[in-house]
Design a binder for this molecule. Structure first.
Ligand code: OVV
Length: 406
């Protein structure tokens, strides 16, 4: 079989639109909402001529594919490359890129290390760090919401919470850019991220070793709980690698996107200031509206069918979470940032057995920061044009000039 962008080139199924759009092009990455609407309008699935694979963006099918880990597997990779047919750029993740029963067993170690009880103990630490950072930023006239805030907060609190001894912000952000851009085709964004590669990889791999993990912190817990599985010498290290892969870019992007929501919708920020019990929902609503992880792929392990569309074995399906989260069939006035909206059911953290295992930690960080903002900041005003950063899987900002008024 000849490979096409690392996977099997499937034929156009019946009753489906074949579309020339490139979801990984700069135009789409910079203006995803136009793409989302067009994708949903074309039907339950579209065929992407450029990649000879399927994509879905309606809530119903995106949820159906994501919820069914048996028919739509992760072990063949969650980007456009099929790991059954082509060697991946790094050893596959022991959680993201495996199926049950292995997945069930490996994920349990992370669930335990990241349990609500463990995260609750970090709450004060996160809040104190958030207060300190916001106080610092209130001294400045104008800030960049990304460089001065979104990138700073997680890279300050996460390494300490996890117990990472030697890691710097650039390495963490560089690795995140590689991991997420690697999910797309070998375009300029993937090439750029990979170009920084080797030294970042070396540092990340070193950081995962037990000798570089502090006695306190969540990573040590992973080493402890996997200790009896000593015959698999890389188990704990690989699970720690998952924390480093999925724990930074995601929260940086979520915080940047939340600031963007607040800056564009001052009345919503005021609503949360007036009623602090809305903080949690304001965070959820920003996750729904901006879906920091825009899309993941699944691969069909069998010949099957969804919503009447025939799907060949080995079909890559781009599941556009950001589009499902703005489907008007599911959400009223979907592109409106509304902190009072009922946000239950959004797919920003996935659904099914692979749903985000770090979500309690992510929410604890983002909620602490949001609480600090609504307590300390009077208004968040735009001070220039927000610039998006093209990425094959994430939706995140490059810069966000804002003024935080005391
Ligand atoms: C990009 C990503 C998301 C979730 C998990 C991982 C990576 C991993 O490496 O396990």
């Amino acid at each position: 079989m000849s490979l096409f962008h690392g996977h099997k080139a499937i034929k156009v199924p019946q009753n489906i639109t074949a579309w020339d759009i490139d979801p990984y092009s700069k135009e789409v990455l910079l203006d995803p909402e136009t793409f989302f609407s067009a994708l949903r309008e074309r039907g339950p699935f579209v065929y992407l001529n450029k990649y000879k694979m399927l994509a879905c963006g309606r809530y119903k099918e995106t949820k159906a594919v994501f919820s069914d880990h048996q028919r739509f597997v992760s072990s063949r990779g969650v980007g456009i490359q099929d790991f059954k047919l082509e060697k991946p750029w790094r050893p596959p993740s022991l959680v993201l890129e495996v199926d049950p029963p292995k997945h069930t067993r490996n994920r349990r170690f992370l669930t335990k290390a990241l349990s609500p009880n463990k995260i609750a103990q970090l709450k004060d630490f996160f809040k104190n760090c958030a207060d300190e950072l916001i106080n610092e930023l209130l001294q400045k006239k104008e800030i960049d919401g990304i460089l001065d805030l979104a990138e700073i907060f997680p890279t300050r609190v996460f390494p300490e919470a996890v117990g990472l001894k030697k890691i710097d912000k650039e390495t963490l952000l560089g690795y995140g850019a590689m991991v997420f851009n690697a999910l797309g085709p070998d375009n300029e964004f993937r090439k750029d991220a990979m170009a920084k590669g080797l030294s970042v990889l070396e540092k990340i791999n070193k950081q995962c070793l037990e000798e570089n993990i502090s006695a306190k912190g969540l990573a040590k817990e992973i080493y402890r709980s996997t200790a009896e599985h000593f015959e698999e010498d890389e188990l704990a290290g690989m699970l720690v690698r998952s924390l480093l892969s999925a724990g930074i870019d995601t929260t940086v992007s979520a915080i940047g996107n939340l600031l963007w929501c607040f800056a564009k919708n001052p009345e919503q920020f005021q609503l949360v200031k007036d009623d602090k019990s809305l903080v949690g929902n304001a965070v959820e609503e920003s996750l729904r509206l901006t879906s920091p992880v825009k899309a993941f792929c699944r691969t069909s392990a069998v010949e099957t069918e969804v919503s009447g569309i025939a799907i060949e074995e080995g079909t890559k399906i781009l599941c556009v979470l950001g589009s499902a989260n703005t489907d008007p069939e599911m959400w009223d006035n979907p592109y409106k940032y509304d902190v009072t909206r009922r946000t239950i059911g959004h797919l920003a953290l996935g659904i099914g057995v692979h749903n985000c295992v770090g979500q309690t930690l992510a929410r604890a960080e983002i909620t602490a920061l949001t609480m600090s903002l609504v307590e300390r900041v009077k208004t968040i005003r735009p001070a220039g044009i927000a610039a998006w950063k093209p990425n094959n899987a994430m939706r995140s900002l490059e810069s966000l000039p804002i003024i935080l008024e005391k």
